[in-house]
Design a protein around this ligand. Structure first.
Ligand code: ADP
Ligand code: ZN
Length: 678
């Protein structure tokens, strides 16, 4: 079968994602390839599909057992013969894999790199006819990275021994890692390299200055109740207190950190993968093992350590391509803490300087004045237009020329010999009468009291932004006293101006970003019915919900409402096998949606209002496609119908207030007729 047919029939996708096609073609052609794609870009398809086009077995090396098992399950669900040889197998599973290998029916064999260490494995792979090696998370070969796996170094040897093409995949962007991959996996002979853009357009980006951070996180989670999310925290203790607070607030939440024993960690990973709507509050230890495509949000309760870390962590949201949201909190303490971590680390000086640079890039993003995505992707060498999908595009920053106050702040620090922190410097600028000022005679400085034009919180925002722009750095040898950096010199000398945000403090107070619904209100009841069906089927089969269908597929179903199996087959993510297994069940949900008794209706059962509700329901079903039956499908949510039933509005204006103009225009007159008769 051709790649295009397999894409449709086995994987159920209408089209390739950007970048996939070139990679698939190169791998099918048997060229050595290295593909660098963002998380969620769809790397697995780039080796799974060629594996089915090519003759023989494809061996997939992947570092994480949970991920392998998950992919194998997904492939089997799509009707592909795949198996894994891992330490987590039962003897029966291992026997079945061997049998399929010997029978020549297995198409993909997943394997942990450790296996390569046991003698005889390369010979075995040769004997069963391995014709392609795919390496997932190829950056694990890098000795400099955090994910280094010594056994990955055996892969190059395996490639030489089998003499088959190798396709390597990673989401790690930096050039150093790339060079190392080429050297270790391909003996330095450059493969075809595919570098896909780093944008993840479905992820909404937002930062906020900390202001009662616990409430900020609770508020963000409350607006997304029932959706799977991750909250990253800077400390282990905080993961525990914050997850308790979330549970208190009625969420399903648990914590995760490196100090927990392996069993407990695996258990949490399993729950997260399996359950719908669980929140995990974690340190960065919760990371590479996570391959859940329907994580709907990621929040940072503390600032990450670098722009790369930030990108990786938010990148875990929305792999399925459906809308996902992020919120990153930060404050001056975070900046001090992260600087200190670097300064007190054991890395050699060049490395420390580079780490400060990566932190600066993140702070630049946190304090950005224009589109966050432009700033983020700019760091990765891209130059996109404003995205329209970040907090700064939603609401432009209010800025002001801060050259004068910044120079005042610098001068206050210099005139006190750079021995003080922001608190004392602000007291000087405001002309405060504190003991410390009196003792040190700082009230006689020329800068004393020159900054009264701004209040204390405005000064705090200015100092924080100055740290963010790396004009001031806390000096660990002076208990965190602020010292001017060379970057500040041109401003001090009056050669450069600087613009800062005025609104960060206020913005923090006025709640987090607003909630974006996954679908328009009229489709929400159907989407939740489809999700309920999915949950039921998933529980029956003990697989994670997304193995049945991803959120994105259900959203498309809810929006386009296929009425036949043929129409169902056209939905993204519905391949032949899945159509066969689940098509009918989901079709019934859609076609039966009108008749299904909604819980809101159930509450009205046996009352006059129940009858009224049903009549409204019937009328709206008749008008679902407008008077002439040719309009865009539109329905009212159960809660709107219930409101109409209970409030019994008497005129169109009242109805508009309840159901909005668009719906009132279509259904209003007919509803009013029903209400008058009641
Ligand atoms: P990565 O490994 O790059 O992080 P995955 O391979 O896990 O990403 O793919 C992420 C999600 O995208 C999966 O849910 C997958 O089913 C989906 N996906 C991959 N390719 C396509 C495509 N061409 N069309 C629609 N969805 C796709
Ligand atoms: Zn933007």
């Amino acid at each position: 079968m051709s790649a295009a047919t397999l894409l449709r029939d086995v994987f159920g996708f209408d089209a390739y994602r950007p970048g996939q096609q070139e990679i698939v073609e190169a791998v099918v052609d048997g060229r050595n390839t290295l593909a660098i794609m963002p998380t969620g870009g769809g790397k697995s398809l780039c080796f799974q599909l060629p594996a089915l086009v090519r003759e023989g077995v494809t061996v997939v090396i992947s570092p994480l057992i949970a991920l392998m098992r998950d992919q194998v399950r997904g492939l089997r669900e799509a009707g592909v013969e795949a198996g894994a040889l891992t330490s987590g197998n039962t003897p029966e599973e291992t026997d079945a894999v061997w049998a399929a290998l010997e029978a020549g029916t297995l198409r993909l064999l997943y394997m942990a790199p450790e296996r390569l260490a046991s003698g005889g494995v390369p010979q075995m792979l040769k004997r069963v006819g391995v014709s392609l090696i795919a390496v997932d998370e190829a950056h694990c070969v890098s000795q400099w990275g955090h994910d280094f796996r010594p056994d990955y170094l055996r892969i190059g040897e395996l490639r030489r021994f089998l003499d088959v093409p190798l396709a390597a995949f990673t989401a790690t962007a930096d050039a150093e890692t790339r060079v190392e991959i080429v050297e270790k996996l391909f003996d330095g002979r450059a493969p075809d390299i595919f570098l896909r853009g780093f944008d993840r357009p479905n992820i909404h980006l937002a930062f906020a200055v900390k202001d009662k951070p616990r409430e900020q996180i609770l508020g963000f989670a409350a607006a997304r109740k029932g959706q799977s999310g991750i909250v990253y925290c800077g400390t282990r203790a905080k993961t525990e207190t914050l997850s308790a607070a979330l549970r208190e607030a009625g969420h399903s939440a648990c914590h995760y950190h490196g100090g927990m024993d392996a069993e407990a960690r695996r258990d949490t990973e399993r729950r997260f993968q399996q359950e719908d709507g669980l929140i995990v509050v974690a340190t960065v230890a919760f990371g590479m093992g996570i391959d859940k495509p329907d994580i709907r949000w990621v929040a940072h309760a503390d600032l990450p350590k670098s722009i790369e870390a930030y990108y990786q962590e938010i990148g875990r949201a929305g792999r399925d391509g459906a809308p996902a949201e992020t919120l990153t909190l930060f404050g001056p303490d975070d900046i001090r803490y992260r600087r200190q971590q670097i300064d007190e680390g054991l890395a050699p000086p060049e490395r420390r300087a580079a780490d400060h640079g990566r932190l600066n890039a993140l702070l630049g993003l946190a304090e950005a004045l224009v589109c966050r995505r432009q700033t983020l992707l700019g760091y990765f060498g891209e130059d996109p237009a404003p995205c329209g999908h970040c907090d700064l595009c939603d609401k432009p920053a209010e800025v002001f020329d801060a050259t004068t106050p910044v120079r005042m702040a610098l001068s206050a620090a210099l005139r006190t010999d750079e021995w003080f922190g922001a608190g004392h410097l602000i007291d000087i600028l405001l002309g405060a009468k504190t003991d410390k000022i009196a003792q040190r005679g700082h009230d006689s400085l020329p800068t004393y009291g020159v900054g009264k034009e701004y209040n204390k919180s405005q000064w705090q925002a200015i100092f924080r932004q100055m740290m963010g722009h790396d004009l001031f750095r806390p000096d660990p040898e002076r208990h965190g006293a602020l010292r001017m950096t060379d970057r500040a010199l041109p401003i001090l000398r009056g050669e450069e101006a600087i613009t800062l945000r005025r609104d960060t403090i206020r913005a923090a107070r006025s709640s987090g970003p607003k909630v974006r619904e996954l679908v328009a209100e009229e489709h929400a009841p159907l989407l939740s019915a489809l999700k309920a069906k999915r949950r039921f089927l998933a529980e029956q089969a003990s697989v994670p919900a997304y193995i049945i269908f991803t959120d994105r597929t259900l959203i498309e179903m809810a929006e386009t409402r296929p009425m036949t199996l043929d129409e169902m087959a056209r939905i993204g993510g519905v391949g032949a096998k899945k159509l066969d297994s689940y098509g009918k069940a989901f079709l019934e949900v859609i076609t039966g949606a009108v008749e299904e008794v909604h819980p809101t209706r159930r509450k009205l059962a046996g009352r006059d209002e129940g009858v009224l509700y049903d009549r409204l329901m019937a009328v709206q079903a008749e008008l679902a496609r407008g008077d002439d039956g040719a309009g865009k499908p539109m329905t009212c949510s159960a809660s709107v119908l219930a409101k109409v039933t209970q409030l019994k509005p008497r005129d169109l204006n009242d109805l508009i207030r309840i159901m909005g103009e668009r719906h009132a225009e279509r259904f209003g007159p007919a509803f009013l007729d029903v209400l008058r008769e009641a």
